[in-house]
Design a binder for this molecule. Structure first.
Ligand code: SAJ
Length: 407
């Protein structure tokens, strides 16, 4: 089968590579030439992704290009961000459709993987089917950044065809490498399923974050309370944190909000999660009212190199506005809006260390050496990963997000 994958981001690239190593002729298309160069150099963090992409390129089954070509199947994995009014910006998706239009022939299959508001696939199909007799399906990705390749193979998938034939054809495409179950449904339901999954997570994180704020006010350690509550057989509260980042969870719930006036809880949950960076800044203000802040972890979560929608960006910006001097460190991230220092430089003369991302490296920091580097021994942990007793043994005052009982 000849397959054209449009958009070689963190989903499009592994998908293209997996299809190629399973004997399809794949053209991976990205309009950004820099990204194509990066791929040729295998310049990305995930080791297993490197080996699959390298195998796909070496076998000549994966070809890279900045424009599409004639194929049997087109898979669209372009970004669908939110615009300023929190509505889905479909411009990349529409551009990709325009780009493939000249090559489309009867009986071609188009699969959309990009996250979209319910009804989008049907609308695009209505337009395209005026000219060609095509098949179309919506098939969302569900992989967790940090564990992409394994989840791409093992996760179940939902396939929403515009009609039954489209679903069956799309299933055939994924069958070659997906080991999980492939569930068939209609396009609008599949679009909603994707949004519901990420909204479910967002609302649950918002609940944890609200508990953290309440516990802070009532002088209760929220982490201790959550741990005890989670002993209940039907309770599973998630973790509070400095905010919800990544390019999906802070974005996708808005696609439901834009489509339905009934979406009330979803909107409030978004607002609660968006309020967390400022909540962290207010806590910092109470600990030190000026001086040097050392930010540890600018990635949006632990053990990834991704900074998209990272709460760290808002926190650093707000601290700088307030006149603090801020230095950032991250063992995974290569590029950030602000300079990244090595750990020593970041901590030198610090008045407060703030842990924002729960990278493995931060769980066992050399406390004694750090004590000699800093100006004031203060540490704020927003992820509950440090051993507070150990830090206190070395003379640090420790602070925890969601705990009014400060040391
Ligand atoms: N977070 C918390 N507390 C928690 C869990 C997460 O504050 O208890 C924060 C993280 O620190 C991070 C954000 O939420 O800033 C999102 O992280 P995540 O690990 O929950 O999710 P993502 O964005 O990395 O990936 C999600 C996944 N969706 C679900 O788990 C429902 C993934 O399966 C999706 O494929 C991905 O979004 C996507 O691409 O849509």
């Amino acid at each position: 089968m000849k397959i054209c994958v449009l958009g070689l981001g963190y989903i499009g690239l592994p998908t293209a590579a997996m299809l190629a190593i399973h004997n399809n002729d794949v053209v991976g298309v990205d309009i950004n030439n820099e990204r194509l160069e990066e791929i040729k150099k295998l310049d990305f963090a995930e080791v297993d992704l490197k080996s699959v992409v390298s195998a796909a390129l070496n076998s000549n089954k994966l070809k890279l290009s900045n424009k599409p070509e004639k194929a049997d199947v087109y898979i669209i994995c372009v970004p669908t961000p939110i615009d300023e009014s929190k509505r889905c910006d479909l411009s990349y998706l529409k551009k990709a459709i325009e780009d493939i239009k000249p090559y489309l022939e009867d009986d071609n299959l188009i699969i959309i993987e990009s996250t979209v508001p319910p009804g989008t696939t049907e609308e695009i199909y209505k337009e395209l089917s005026k000219e060609k007799n095509i098949f179309m399906a919506y098939c969302p990705e569900r992989v967790l950044p940090g564990n992409i390749l394994r989840e791409l193979i093992e996760n179940d998938r939902v396939i929403g065809g515009i009609n039954r034939e489209s679903s069956i054809l799309a299933k055939k495409v994924y069958e070659c490498f997906v080991k999980g179950k492939l569930y068939l449904t209609d396009a609008k339901t599949a679009e909603m399923v994707k949004l519901m999954e990420n909204t479910y997570r967002d609302v649950n994180i918002a609940l944890a974050n609200e508990f953290a704020k309440i516990c802070e006010e009532l002088k209760i350690n929220v982490w201790e309370a959550i741990k005890l509550a989670n002993n209940h057989p039907r309770v599973n509260i998630l973790n509070p944190g400095p905010g919800v980042g990544g390019h999906c969870i802070p974005v996708d719930p808005w696609f439901i909000v834009e489509k339905s006036k009934e979406a009330k809880l979803i909107k409030v949950a978004r607002e609660v999660n968006d309020s967390m960076p400022l909540f962290v800044v207010n806590k910092i203000k109470k600990i030190v009212d000026n001086g040097n802040i050392s930010i540890l972890g600018v990635a949006y979560k632990g053990n990834v190199d991704d900074i998209r929608e990272s709460p760290a960006l808002k926190i650093v910006e707000e601290l700088l506005n307030l006149g603090y001097s801020v230095k950032c460190h991250d063992p995974k991230v290569k590029k950030f809006k602000y300079k990244l220092y090595n750990l020593r430089e970041c901590l030198k003369d610090s008045d407060l260390i703030v842990i924002l991302a729960d990278h493995e490296e931060y769980k066992n920091l050399p406390i004694k050496e750090i004590g000699e580097l800093v100006r004031s021994k203060n540490i704020l942990d927003t992820r509950n990963i440090i051993d507070r007793e150990e830090w206190e043994r070395f003379g640090f005052k420790t602070y925890l997000l969601g705990d009014g009982n400060e040391a």
